[in-house]
Design a binder for this molecule. Structure first.
Ligand SMILES: [Zn+2]
Length: 495
């Protein structure tokens, strides 16, 4: 007797590790248990036919500032995860700062988990923080399941999360290498920033001159050196300056365990188009010139940049000081969680990239970065996190349709391609007004261990032969797997 599935979702454009193709995705117990032909006969309690709408794995956004507890008036778990779900993001990893307390101790992590528990519409994990005085907290936080540790090499913008000097950074990287934990770095060099002209007034060119590319390249050179010396896994957050790409490519070619992300705003926007005083465009490092943007796109295409993540970093609109439009005074951060998938897709397709690449950059890449072996691919054994995406449909960004706590956005009025129609989290369609179904994730909790079980164990139903997923297949590029951690994902024996 044929196996009965909970849900079967069919699409003419399913984006699988083997490419974009007509397929049926069958789900049982929240996990993809078969991927078959579009018209395969599959017995299911519910069957959904997306037709020409694409079917993607849920986006994994490893760079989100939720700000709760402590600054919930900036953004909180309910609003952030609702916006994420509306934008096709099914997993987010929360940054350790802008919340109070910052996630630099186990007690702070517990407070964070308490405030998130039962209030998340998508799955949520947490980064730990690395600051000058918490070296002794790193191992305990690692043991409590944070996905890695964020540090700043320059002012973070909030007083309770200080930056680390070069002298403080080195022993911390050594300790994190010992734990084989991931160090993620806001790579701007404090000394060079202090030497640059200070930002003031409404002229965007002045703001750009206050954060020249060498501020980034110097910091990145520093962390490449540390990564090489300690064989530490290091990740460059929100790369803006294309000038750093040759050093990054060279280090990676030499086997340095370095990964890199960039963000939708560096790929979609350019300095030339920022109006005077338009502080909704302010973020750090800054949005640079058009030629820089195109170099970032080429680096994504070449695989020198691994991931595209939102760096959703909202604040109350008053802190943007729009009435005076002073780039020096305004909070630096762009809120884009709900829009990141259509923004990247819109600009990717103009440059000849397809949904396969977008999924690699926004789902498979970030999932591998953080070691979530069961997220980020439409393949047997992966969590059934699915997005029905009308890729050919366009819409105009209307801030009032955003679920972010604050609706100020540099994308207001932009015409974008790609409408998120439905989103499933572990096989259940997300209802934004319904109960929150998201889980709190730990690095070591075995999420998605099905994906790394030996071939056949997780395969049921009529999945095609040879479809047993691997970590490399999840991101569609077997050659890069060594960059993402020594671990081949969670230990299959842990669950
Ligand atoms: Zn950030």
């Amino acid at each position: 007797m044929a196996e009965r599935f909970d849900v079967v979702v069919r699409s003419r454009r399913a984006v699988t590790p083997e490419g974009e193709r007509p397929a049926s995705v069958a789900v049982r117990g929240g996990v993809i248990t078969a991927v078959g032909a579009y018209d395969s006969e599959l017995d299911a309690a519910q069957t959904i036919d997306c037709g020409e709408d694409a079917l993607l794995p849920g986006v994994v956004d490893s760079h989100v500032h939720v700000n709760e507890p402590g600054r919930t008036e900036w953004e909180g778990f309910i609003s952030a995860t609702r916006a994420a779900a509306a934008g096709g993001i099914t997993t987010l990893i929360d940054m350790p700062l802008n919340c109070v307390p910052p996630t630099t101790t186990v007690a702070a992590l517990q407070a964070k988990r308490q405030s998130a528990e039962g209030r998340c519409h998508v799955d949520v994990g947490f980064w730990g923080g690395l600051v000058a005085d918490n070296l002794g907290e790193l191992a305990p936080l690692h043991g409590e399941g944070v996905f890695g540790f964020k540090c700043y090499l320059t002012d973070s913008g909030v007083v309770e999360f200080g930056y680390v000097t070069r002298e403080e950074l080195e022993p911390a990287v050594a300790e994190l290498a010992r734990l084989d934990a991931l160090t993620i770095v806001h790579a701007e060099d404090q000394r060079l920033l202090e030497r640059a002209p200070s930002a003031h007034g409404g002229d965007y060119g002045d703001f750009l001159a206050s954060r020249p590319p060498e501020v980034e390249t110097a910091a990145i050179a520093e962390i490449i050196g540390l990564s090489r010396h300690y064989q530490a896994r290091v990740h460059v957050l929100h790369l803006s300056a294309a000038e750093a790409l040759p050093a990054i490519a060279a280090a990676r070619a030499q086997g340095v365990r370095l990964t890199v992300e960039t963000c939708p705003h560096y790929l979609a926007l350019s300095a030339e188009e920022v109006p005077a005083g338009a502080t909704q465009f302010k973020c750090t490092p800054p949005i640079r010139e058009d030629a820089n943007r195109e170099a970032l796109w080429r680096a994504l295409g070449d695989g020198v940049v691994d991931c595209v993540v939102s760096d959703h970093s909202p604040c109350p609109p008053e802190l943007k000081h729009l009435e005076v439009g002073d780039f020096g005074r305004a909070w630096g951060g762009i809120a884009s969680l709900q829009l990141s998938l259509p923004v990247v897709w819109t600009h990717a397709r103009r440059r000849g990239y397809g949904l396969v690449e977008v999924v690699r950059w926004m789902a498979g890449g970030p999932a591998r970065l953080v070691g979530l072996a069961g997220k980020g691919a439409l393949a047997v054994g992966f969590d059934a996190d699915l997005v029905r995406f009308a890729a050919e449909e366009t819409f105009t960004v209307d801030p009032s349709a955003l679920h972010h706590r604050h609706r100020l956005t540099p994308y207001a009025g932009h015409e974008l391609s790609g409408v998120v129609r439905s989103v499933w989290l572990r096989g259940r369609e997300i209802d934004l007004d319904g109960p929150a179904q998201g889980r709190l994730l730990r690095r070591d909790d075995g999420s998605g261990v099905q994906a790394v079980r030996p071939s056949g164990v997780a395969q049921r139903g009529n999945s095609p032969p040879g479809s047993a997923p691997t970590l490399a297949a999840a991101a569609g590029d077997p050659t890069e797997s060594s960059l993402f951690g020594s671990s081949q994902g969670p230990d299959p024996s842990t669950r």
